[in-house]
Design a protein around this ligand. Structure first.
Ligand code: 13P
Length: 240
């Protein structure tokens, strides 16, 4: 399986800015052969990014979706709409959705089920807060998010990409050390009981990508801040 570099732009980049970013990154990285790059812009930029990535090795993902296919859910987006815009991936359970928007394991579980049903590949995020890590409950928290998110779809874990994103490392500049990341990745792999893809996310930058990707336990990264600038995103993509 090729390593995955996914850039989550969060609520940044309008359609024109997204187009410029993609064009500059593509120019800088050239032909990418041995890695998968997933661009995850805001909903409103999906169409313009899709146009540029068609027939390239860059893939498209969305940051969220609703658990119903359609209906009276003002302001929500159906996974089917995402598919029609060319998305192959969808991020679910991101810590900003859990902690800022109040998403529960139950909601994430419903979303994961629908994503699998309609053929989107979920990037399912899990991670502990600083307080939870300090109190020694990292594994309990991850186990709770894993069990809660995967209720009823335990046999479909091979269709899901997992992402360990410690909340204390997101947007803080405090990256987990490779040892800390590997420890939790191993724990998640133990629960999977089969081979799987586990990404690390949390302050991934040009100066730590090479060390992180040297670990066999880390199959790729989910990048926030560093994916917003062409130079840093391109350097992360070109990890050695
Ligand atoms: P940062 O890389 O900005 O820490 O964000 C990580 C993240 O949340 C990716 O989904």
């Amino acid at each position: 399986m090729e390593p995955i570099i996914a850039g989550n732009w969060k609520m940044n980049k309008d359609p024109a800015e997204s187009r410029t970013l993609v064009q500059e990154v593509m120019k800088s990285v050239g032909d990418i052969k041995d890695r998968i790059v997933i661009l995850i812009p805001p909903f409103t930029s999906l169409a313009s990014v899709c146009e540029l990535t068609r027939n390239t090795r860059f893939k498209l993902g969305a940051q969220n979706m609703h658990w119903e296919r359609s209906g009276a859910y003002t302001g929500e987006i159906s996974g089917l709409f995402l598919k029609s815009l060319g998305c192959e991936y969808v991020v679910l359970g991101h810590s900003e959705r859990r902690h800022v928007m109040g998403e529960s394991d139950e909601m994430i579980n419903k979303k994961l089920k629908v994503a699998l049903e309609i053929g989107l590949i979920p990037i399912f995020c899990m991670g502990e807060t600083e307080k939870e890590r300090e109190s020694g409950s990292t594994e309990d928290v991850i186990r709770g998010q894993f069990d809660g998110g995967l209720k009823g779809i335990e046999n479909e874990v091979h269709k899901i990409i997992f992402a360990y994103e410690p909340v204390w490392a997101i947007g803080t500049g405090k990256t987990a050390t490779p040892e800390q990341a590997v420890e939790v990745h191993k724990f998640i792999r133990g629960m999977l009981k089969k081979p799987g893809t586990i990404l690390y996310g949390g302050s991934v930058k040009p100066d730590n990508i090479d060390t992180l990707m040297r670990e066999d336990e880390i199959q790729g990264v989910l990048v926030g801040g560093a994916s917003l600038k062409p130079e840093s995103f391109a350097r992360v993509i070109k990890f050695q």
